[in-house]
Design a protein around this ligand. Sequence first.
Ligand SMILES: *[C@@H]1O[C@H](CO)[C@@H](O)[C@H](O)[C@H]1NC(C)=O
Ligand SMILES: *[C@@H]1O[C@H](CO)[C@@H](O)[C@H](O)[C@H]1NC(C)=O
Ligand SMILES: *[C@@H]1O[C@H](CO)[C@@H](O)[C@H](O)[C@H]1NC(C)=O
Length: 363
Amino acid sequence: MVNIYSLVLRIVLLVVPFSEFSDIFDLDHFKKVLENDVRIVSSLPSTHLMTRPVEEKHVPVNMAPQWIRSHYMRKMRREGVLLLRGLDSRLSKDLPSDLQKLRCKVAFHALRLAPPIFELGNKLTERMRSKGPYLALHLRMEKDVWVRTGCLPGLSPEFDEMIINERKQRPELLTSRSNRTFHERKLAGLCPLNAMEVARLLKALGAPQNARIYWAGGNPLGGKDALQPLIREFPQFYNKEDLALPEELEPFTNKASVMAAIDYIVSENSNVFMPSHGGNMGRTLQGHRAYAGHKKTITPNKRQMLPHFLNSSLSETEFNKIIMDLHQESMGQPELRTSKAGRDVTKYPIPECMCNISIRQKE
Ligand SMILES: *[C@@H]1O[C@H](CO)[C@@H](O)[C@H](O)[C@H]1NC(C)=O
Ligand SMILES: *[C@@H]1O[C@H](CO)[C@@H](O)[C@H](O)[C@H]1NC(C)=O
Ligand SMILES: *[C@@H]1O[C@H](CO)[C@@H](O)[C@H](O)[C@H]1NC(C)=O
């Protein structure tokens, strides 16, 4: 009997080819942790290796597990195997409690990075930690991020022109609404923060000059110069290349997802984490940190803070106070999932994924 767990999970699992999966994740660990919840196989019997794609054009957003069951259960029983692509993002965020817990179990227990990545990530963590607490910063200043978001890097007119030209040549890359100007997009909070803005934000939030910062992310457009505002303000500013010996990183240099995985570990282990823009990595890190013991994540309130960045008549004291007030809440306890609809339990695992102490006390 195929149960709904495996139906829901298969959607998540089969989108990733297994060879790639085991490059990044510890497959044996994954199978072991989930062995009582769902059967995981690495290959299919040859009798099932045929493709008969069926286009599903009308998958509703926020679909309930019942929808999947009513549409696919009969086919699943008949065929034995179904490959469901792209449904994971359409699944409702409000699932029954057992499925929410299962999603947390997958995200925070079953998915563990493959041993070589895990070891290097932990080594770099130790190098950061050995001198005290540190903040991890996820910067999104790569060229393709500026192009895709339709935002300007704020470096020089030459770089702006480069981005504008690239966007004209490849309009299909744009992910945000295209009829807004660069400035409108920025004020709407749709742009990643640049180094100058992150430095001002951190300073306003009270980060001292000797704060130790690990920055995650790929090569920024403009190279090291683009990071100068942060380095000037916070000289103890490191990334994986600064912390690792060349031969430690060498096996992974051309594997972007492994490099991101190393960043993930060092960021997960940090005392405070701050993403400069949305994205899967920031989202999952926020959830993982909340789940692992209410570890702090500061989410920049871009839409509300940016007008103040542009107001040159504000004194530094006034500016700092405004910025501090805007972030008071996100500097405290992790937010609960219940306050707004459509929130994913892997970003907001509290309360559904936490132990229910009142139940435990009764037992
Ligand atoms: C941009 O497009 C949206 C929807 O397509 C529309 O509601 C909005 O008014 C447009 N804004 C401008 C400035 O044209
Ligand atoms: C800029 O800051 C000053 C001083 O607080 C304030 O009076 C003014 O309204 C602000 N301007 C804008 C456009 O927000
Ligand atoms: C914990 O369990 C109690 C008793 O069953 C229930 O009333 C309460 O809503 C539960 N709390 C959470 C956060 O699930």
